[in-house]
Design a protein. Structure first.
Length: 71
């Protein structure tokens, strides 16, 4: 089994639900009634996402890059 370090963001939505997203894996997000549940759910979603990619023969790697942005 491969190991990856991925950054996830977790924030509380206005209705009280916690949303978890992984910016380096577009579209991969989940939610929960607590931060801990949202984190567990995004881990599960990411595992399923990468399992599906492996089944399709798509590379598992994701790349991220930091950029400087003047606003």
């Amino acid at each position: 089994m491969n190991s990856m370090k991925l950054t996830v963001t977790i924030y509380q939505y206005e209705d009280g639900v916690y949303i978890a997203e992984c910016p380096s894996v577009p579209g991969c997000e989940s939610q929960g009634t607590s931060e801990m549940e949202a984190e567990a759910n995004i881990v599960d979603a990411l595992r399923q996402h990468f399992a599906a990619r492996a089944e399709l023969g798509v590379p598992l790697s994701v790349s991220t890059k930091e950029i400087d942005l003047s606003v």
